[in-house]
Ligand binder design. Structure first.
Ligand code: ZN
Length: 246
């Protein structure tokens, strides 16, 4: 069975101190049958370009197993932001860009974030936005306006409101058809609500932490049919991130 984990990190989080290495990524993926991993940097104070380089190496050394995702500080000038964006998306063939309203300390409504959406629109890559935990900038409803302004961009709500704001994430997804939910850390009953209210086609699986992989998998196995599992684990991420599985 193909299982694509759409939310993995490399490096150390400046918030939690949680660290993921190439070794632990591979170990946990093998142990729990994750066939493909989508990897991005953590919110970090380290040099983000170097972490993008490491993620690129990962995609090259384990051909077909990993896909890269860029996470670039939206406070950079338009020129600096675009330069790193193009390096990741054009040169490294990364498949998505991340905006972290808590880690980057910025509202998705801020004018500085427009360049993120404009470039995502131009290069046909989804924008993953961290939601739920942290600051009020991470409220899921703040993604509604960008999603309306950029109807051709897919917006993935990372953590789908992180349990506490999951109802709001569901409202956002029901309001905008270009919003997709990735319910890592959400309760099992919330996953069922997302499927019932938003539909199985706009739910994707992500773990966030490698130690959380078996927990997340168990949630889906508990409430979904085999056909729904196939959608969440494989068909949906392939369609949404334009993945060409090898
Ligand atoms: Zn994360």
């Amino acid at each position: 069975m193909t299982i694509i984990d759409t939310h993995m990190h490399l490096g150390m989080s400046k918030f939690s101190g949680h660290r993921t290495t190439v070794e632990t990524l591979n170990q946990y993926m093998e142990r729990y049958g994750i066939t493909h991993g989508m990897v991005m940097p953590q919110p970090t104070l380290d040099n983000i370009a170097l972490i993008h380089d490491e993620i690129y190496q990962l995609t090259q050394h384990h051909s077909g197993r990993f896909y890269g995702m860029a996470s670039i500080d939206p406070w950079l000038s338009e020129q600096e932001y675009e330069q790193e964006f193009r390096r990741c998306i054009e040169t490294y063939q990364f498949v998505a860009v991340k905006l972290h309203p808590h880690g980057h300390n910025i509202s998705p409504l801020a004018s500085q974030c427009h360049k993120v959406y404009e470039l995502a629109d131009q290069f046909h890559v989804p924008v993953i936005i961290h939601t739920g935990l942290g600051s009020l900038n991470a409220l899921p409803s703040l993604v509604i306006e960008p999603a309306r302004t950029f109807p051709n961009v897919t917006f993935v709500l990372g953590h789908a409101g992180f349990a506490v704001f999951t109802s709001e994430a569901i409202v956002a997804a029901k309001t905008c058809e270009n919003i997709v939910l990735e319910p890592s850390w959400c309760p099992t009953f919330s996953v069922q609500s997302m499927v019932n209210e938003v539909g199985i086609d706009r739910i994707i699986y992500g773990s966030d932490h490698v130690e959380n992989i078996p927990v997340e998998l168990a949630k889906y196995h508990s409430v979904l049919t085999d056909k729904q599992l196939e959608a969440v684990f494989s068909a949906n991420p392939q369609r949404i991130f334009h993945l060409d599985l090898r």
